[in-house]
Design a protein around this ligand. Structure first.
Ligand SMILES: Nc1ncnc2c1ncn2[C@@H]1O[C@H](COP(=O)(O)OP(=O)(O)O)[C@@H](O)[C@H]1O
Ligand SMILES: [Mg+2]
Length: 456
């Protein structure tokens, strides 16, 4: 039976009516929240996460500020793993990845078109140097990439063709300081182990906002590909949650693609951002649910009041954190809502009591055991190597001894050959003497015969 989700958001403060969000009733399962700093967006996301968790829907949170750590069943310290930025996943075409990743890099580092093209060409070069013959052929699992660090060399090599390359490399050089990327060979973090229960991907520790966003983009791209492989379903099984989503909104971004396509694969998106202009008009017009809180900018208030079909004055009167308007696509009018914060929800008390950081880091521990195993393998190999070296040394000694023996034997043979020659010579001499003696004997016999005849 199809599982239907129903999320308690809060109450309408005027009539105490419960406000529920039922994604299945809306034109899509996505929810967008907009509001100024301190207006209650993060708190709202947390409350929704908790509800999703208690209704056994997985969620994957890109956490830029360690805001969600306390809820995690699965705390993903991604920097302990590896992620090859140029990874070509199963069924992906290298050429498509070259376009996608160059766009991501161009977006996070605010590169111009020419610079984006240089990156794209260098990615293609990188694939060809990795032994890929046809960039339009889907990866059937046989592609093995060079380690990412080679990408830097390839960029340097394009200097002849593109004079501005030094500037470009300087701009994106932080990428080459990130262990997550630089330690990556052809293997990379698997999302299978990440998407379960409430998974929080910690991005806070990465060196710059650019790197954080790029890691987010790469992971979402991986997720999209995984959804294609997994196939379509009409049951919502996963929510992707991105607070401060403005970092990741740009034309053609993985977030945009997810907003457009993820519904068919049973995946909903929840985004929070400060300004309505962080989202394109089409995104806002197509959002299944919008929650808008107070904003200090007049033009944003104008924009939002239009979008939510309430008058601007009402909107500007909002002054409490978590107080706002929600518009469901299934209804004509917005409803006022006071979001019930996490601390007042019973699920939170349970979580607070059971939170254990070590237990939460299941994935991290897995990665550590994997690394330990690899190390043990290496140690074993080294041990074997040592033994082999010893055996080789022993064999060399044996060989040395054998060589000596052979030399001695050869010497003995030479000696006996010489001796044989002497014996032969002696033989010949003797046979000569023999012949002489025989003829002398015959002569004597004849003499004797003669004498005997005479005597007769
Ligand atoms: N629904 C709510 N009820 C009560 N307090 C809230 C509510 N939402 C937010 N707050 C409080 O307001 C402050 C700012 O909220 P936050 O969610 O971090 O805002 P934002 O993410 O929009 O900047 C926090 O200290 C939080 O505890
Ligand atoms: Mg916030």
């Amino acid at each position: 039976m199809k599982k239907s989700i129903s999320i308690f958001l809060g109450q309408d403060p005027t009539n105490k009516k419960k406000i529920l969000w039922v994604p299945d009733q809306e034109k899509n399962p996505h929810l967008i929240t907009i509001g100024g700093s301190g207006s209650g967006k993060t708190e709202t996301l947390k409350a929704i996460m908790l509800e999703l968790k208690s209704q056994k829907v997985n969620s994957l949170i890109l956490d830029f500020h360690n805001d969600f750590k306390v809820f995690a069943d699965n705390l993903v310290q991604i920097d302990e793993a590896t992620l090859h930025p140029l990874e070509v996943q199963i069924n992906e075409k290298p050429l498509d990845v070259a376009y996608k990743v160059s766009k991501m890099i161009a977006n996070v580092f605010s590169l111009g078109e020419v610079q984006e093209a240089i990156i794209r060409d260098s990615i293609k070069q990188f694939y060809m140097k990795s032994g890929i013959k046809d960039l339009k052929e889907k990866n059937d699992g046989k592609i093995t990439l060079l380690p990412f660090r080679f990408f830097k060399d390839i960029l340097y090599e394009s200097e002849i063709k593109a004079p501005g390359i030094q500037k470009l490399i300087a701009k994106i050089s932080v990428l080459f300081d990130v262990d997550l990327f630089m330690n990556a060979d052809s293997t990379s973090v698997s999302l299978d182990s990440v998407i379960k229960k409430l998974s929080v991907i910690e991005l806070l520790e990465f060196p710059t906002d650019e790197v954080k966003s790029l890691v987010g983009d790469l992971l979402l791209n991986k997720l999209i590909n995984q959804l294609y492989i997994k196939g379509k379903t009409d049951e919502y099984w996963l929510y992707v949650v991105i607070d401060e989503a403005h970092r990741m909104m740009y034309p053609g971004s993985p977030v945009e693609l997810l907003l457009r396509e993820s519904r068919k694969y049973g995946v909903g998106i929840i985004l929070a951002s400060q300004r309505p202009t962080d989202f394109s008009e089409t995104i806002l017009a197509n959002a299944g649910t919008i929650v808008a809180f107070q904003t200090s900018l007049d033009k944003d208030a104008v924009f939002l009041s239009k979008q939510l079909r309430i008058n601007k004055e009402k909107f500007q009167k909002l002054n409490d954190a978590g107080l706002g308007y929600v518009l469901f696509s299934s209804q004509d009018d917005s409803q006022k809502v006071q979001i019930v914060p996490v601390g007042e929800r019973k699920e939170y008390k349970e979580i607070e009591q059971t939170f254990d950081e070590d237990e939460a880091s299941e994935y991290f521990i897995k990665e550590q055991t994997r690394i330990k195993k690899e190390k043990a393998k290496l140690d074993l190999l080294e041990e074997k190597n040592k033994k082999s070296l010893e055996t080789i040394r022993e064999l060399q000694q044996d060989m040395h001894a054998l060589k000596g023996e052979i030399e001695r034997k050869v010497y003995v043979i030479e000696l006996s050959k010489k001796e044989m020659k002497n014996v032969e010579k002696e033989n010949i001499l003797l046979s000569h003497e023999n012949d002489k003696l025989t003829s002398r004997l015959k002569a004597k016999e004849k003499e004797v015969e003669k004498l005997a005849k005479k005597a007769k």
